[in-house]
Design a protein around this ligand. Structure first.
Ligand SMILES: [Zn+2]
Ligand SMILES: [Zn+2]
Length: 481
């Protein structure tokens, strides 16, 4: 086995914005890297959550800090020309954050996949396979340049019963094989994570990297630095870690590795442009979750009215949820001993909670308005109702012109169908057309016109919701008099 492995670069570095790395200045990492002979250093702080979700302030920057993060690193790049400094993000992948990831990717030099969890997946014996599938799907998106700690899923085993552990172990090898083959196929390097090694975690795992060696998947070390001292000890950690893993013939990337150039020799840009065209916004997925969970609680055949009132009642719950989030922040930070950095951070978090609440309420209101329109069209089946509402929400919110165009056709067809069904059902044979056609083909209608159609729907929605709200108000007063 080769001794004294050298890797003069690191593309896995966290900054103080993530809330759990120490409060060091970004420049301190750069100075340490230069002192230790690095030719390049990449910053990969954790991606924030979308604005419509409460920010995970213990692990991530706030979405409002993205601009400052990128500017700060770019300034360091300008200042230090003897080292190549790059800015990126470490991100989890799920369909929910595909639009967010596309927009962040376009702002930075590279993305690394750090799949710490699989969204909505239970931790059980089949977790390795769910994990591997999500990692392979992420690699196929073309979003990611490196997969960091690809074997972190092995940690999940610790929390299981013996019975689950046995199933987990059966699935583990297949999961490892899947990830290694996908990495080889797409030429995406897998990281041997030094932080896991230092902290004696279940990763980096010999079993995992034995498979890499067998299949020939590209690999590299990653510091996962959370302080400048991690950079200082990196080189000796690499050697100790390599010795502990004890795997020969690993297909290390070259020491001149640069994610931007490396990517040019892969198929990733092509995959990414295909993925980008199909990236739905998080609001589509959240709308689906909200509507389905409301529908589950409704027995009645005539469910639409109930959905509408539930959505309006939900607004109060959203406000209560925001208050709980604020209380959590107050519990987590002791303002009496907070320094300037922490006070600034608390303010960012509290402002962020307000912005998220506003966004959640906006989506809720949109859902209610669209549900009112669905009622207007006489949509009778639950599946069709959910489909109509979610597509409509996406149409209103997507920034993706391909999705907008395809939904335009979908929704126009749906509306024509409902209109015809209604007309044939009224017995008079008269065709009842909408006063203002809501959707026309994007080619012969510009966006503004399309949105005028939405304004009409919104107004109808508002009037109906006002009447409903007024009725509920009167009923409330009568009960309490
Ligand atoms: Zn990570
Ligand atoms: Zn990390």
């Amino acid at each position: 086995m080769e001794k004294n492995i050298k890797q003069p670069f690191n593309f896995h570095t966290h900054t103080n914005r993530c809330g759990h790395a120490g409060e060091y200045d970004n420049e301190e990492y750069v100075l340490e890297a230069r002192k230790n002979g690095f030719t390049s250093l990449g910053f990969s702080c954790h991606v924030p959550r979308d604005l419509i979700e409460y920010q995970d302030y213990k692990s991530r920057m706030n979405i409002s800090e993205v601009g400052d993060y990128i500017v700060d690193i770019r300034k360091l790049k300008e200042k230090y020309t003897d080292i190549d400094i790059k800015v990126g993000f470490e991100a989890e992948y799920s369909k929910y954050n595909s639009e967010l990831l596309c927009s962040l990717k376009d702002e930075v030099d590279y993305l690394v996949l750090g799949q710490h969890e699989v969204r909505n997946a239970a931790i059980d014996g089949s977790y390795p396979l769910k994990y591997a599938d999500s990692v392979c799907e992420a690699m196929d998106s073309g979003l990611f340049d490196i997969v960091v700690h690809p074997d972190i899923f092995l940690m999940a085993r610790n929390k299981m019963s013996d019975e689950e552990k046995a199933i987990f172990d059966k699935n583990k090898t297949e999961a490892i094989r899947k990830i290694c083959y996908k990495s080889k196929e797409l030429n995406i390097p897998l990281e041997i994570n030094i932080r896991g090694f230092i902290r004696d975690k279940a990763y980096p795992s010999s079993e995992f990297f034995k498979m890499c060696s067998l299949i020939g998947s590209p690999v590299m070390f990653g510091c996962d630095a959370h302080s400048p001292s991690d950079i200082q000890r990196y080189q000796s950690d690499i050697n100790n870690c390599y010795e502990k893993i004890g795997v020969d013939n690993l297909n290390f990337v070259l020491n001149s590795y640069d994610p931007v150039n490396y990517r040019k020799n892969t198929n990733l840009d092509k995959l990414y442009s295909e993925f980008r065209r199909k990236a739905y916004s998080i609001k589509y997925y959240m709308a689906r979750d909200i509507i389905n969970s409301i529908l589950q609680g409704i027995e009645e055949e005539r469910f639409v009215d109930k959905v509408i009132t539930t959505l309006y009642d939900r607004e109060k719950l959203l406000e209560e949820e925001a208050l709980k989030e604020k209380d959590k922040v107050k519990r987590d930070f002791d303002i009496n001993i907070a320094n300037y950095f922490t006070i600034k951070r608390i303010k960012t978090i509290l402002d962020g909670i307000g912005a998220t609440l506003a966004e959640k309420k906006r989506l809720n209101k949109e859902l209610a308005e669209i549900a009112v329109s669905a009622k207007e069209y006489g949509i009778a089946s639950r599946e069709e109702f959910a489909d109509f509402v979610c597509k409509f929400v996406e149409y209103k919110n997507t920034k993706n012109s391909y999705i907008k165009a395809s939904l335009d056709n979908d929704i126009s067809a749906l509306i024509t169908m409902y209109e015809e069904a209604k007309n044939s059902g009224n017995g008079k044979g008269e065709s009842r057309k909408l006063a203002n056609p809501l959707f026309k083909s994007i080619e012969d209608k510009n966006d503004e016109d399309v949105f005028n159609g939405f304004t009409n729907i919104a107004i109808i929605g508002l009037i109906v919701s006002f009447i409903i709200g007024f009725g509920i108000g009167i009923a409330y007063m009568l009960i309490h008099i």
